[in-house]
Design a protein around this ligand. Structure first.
Ligand code: SER
Length: 316
């Protein structure tokens, strides 16, 4: 199938793997990667790349016109922990980039948009277990506020202007190809790195801080599946709850210990623990299952197996 795709934020944790997966599916030349900085050698060498600031409308428009882009995946964002340090910059990046892409679609310069939301849209007053698709949402982080506002704008552009925008609320994502950047759930990747490199890890969340988590392969599959389905299958135009597993640092540690028996973990919670306490422990993703057939494939055990198998071959 012919499709021309632009990925904004292609060098980040999700963007990198999404770029590889879409290039595999649609052909290297059909998928233009872009970011404000260059990415890994393998990403840069696998297809077209544009240096692009996602907050610059005119620059994105130029690239869209030049490459005759039909679909845009907007993966550029400032994550939860960093956003607490730079609130205004986070708001400007997260919101302006979204407006740019939504407006390109509104003007029919592109046909379809993917924009990620997050479990951070929920807040301290949201039911924490099996959090429903529609529920009380009072996010208390800068990042969460930007994601919740973004969801409202997506829904607004769909209903008001017929913009075909699609979104999922990603849980914390565990991956080995690229390092995460500035999130509250980054511990779930660091722990595997340190288990292999040092045999021990000091975690910045408490041992029992359970959060919704997912292996990256599932997240990429979900994203592509959602973008591939017929528009009329979708009943949610804000963002779909998406779930795979619910994990605490103690759970991941126990799973690593099965394979590295001497692994040691200690806990020194910082401000990120306060963020984690406002997020759900588990997510009800029935709507995603019903509407577009979502089904996760990775649990903690096969995630740990993949992480410990693949990380040693990576250089960071
Ligand atoms: N994983 C992200 C973070 O921790 C949440 O979307 O910021």
């Amino acid at each position: 199938m012919h499709k021309s795709i632009l990925i904004l934020g292609a060098c980040g944790q999700i963007g990198t793997e999404l770029t590889f997966a879409l290039r595999e599916l649609y052909g290297n030349d059909q998928v233009v990667a872009s970011d404000i900085r260059e990415g890994s050698e393998s990403l840069m060498n696998s297809g077209p790349f544009e240096l692009l600031d996602a907050t610059n409308y005119a620059a994105i428009e130029d690239v869209v016109m030049y490459h005759e882009i039909e679909e845009v995946y907007l993966m550029a964002a400032m994550l939860s922990a960093t956003a607490e340090k730079f609130p205004e910059r986070a708001w400007n990046l997260n919101m302006n980039s979204l407006f740019n892409v939504l407006n390109l679609a509104k003007e029919r310069k592109i046909e379809k948009v993917f924009w990620p939301s997050s479990i951070a849209v929920f807040g301290p007053n949201t039911p924490k277990d099996n959090t429903p698709q529609s529920t009380l949402m009072e996010p208390s982080t800068v990042y969460g506020i930007s994601k919740q506002s973004g969801e409202r704008w997506c829904s607004y552009y769909y209903h008001k202007f017929g913009v075909d925008v699609r979104s999922v609320r990603y849980p914390g994502l565990i991956s080995w190809k690229t390092l995460p950047g500035g999130g509250t759930t980054d511990y779930a990747i660091e722990i595997y790195h340190e288990a292999l490199n040092k045999g021990s890890y000091t975690c910045f969340l408490n041992e029992d801080a359970k959060l919704p988590m997912m292996f990256m392969d599932d997240a990429i599959r979900a994203t592509i599946k959602l973008m591939d389905c017929n528009s009329d299958q979708l009943t949610v135009r804000s963002s779909y709850n998406l779930s795979a597993m619910s994990l605490s640092p103690a759970d991941i540690s126990a799973s690593i210990k099965k394979r590295i028996p001497d692994f040691k973990i200690s806990y020194d919670p910082d401000f990120r623990q306060t963020i984690a306490e406002t997020w759900p422990r588990s997510i009800d993703d029935t709507k995603a299952k019903e509407d577009w057939g979502w089904e996760p494939q990775f649990n903690l055990e096969n995630t740990t197996t993949e992480m410990l198998k693949n990380l040693p071959s990576q250089s960071f």
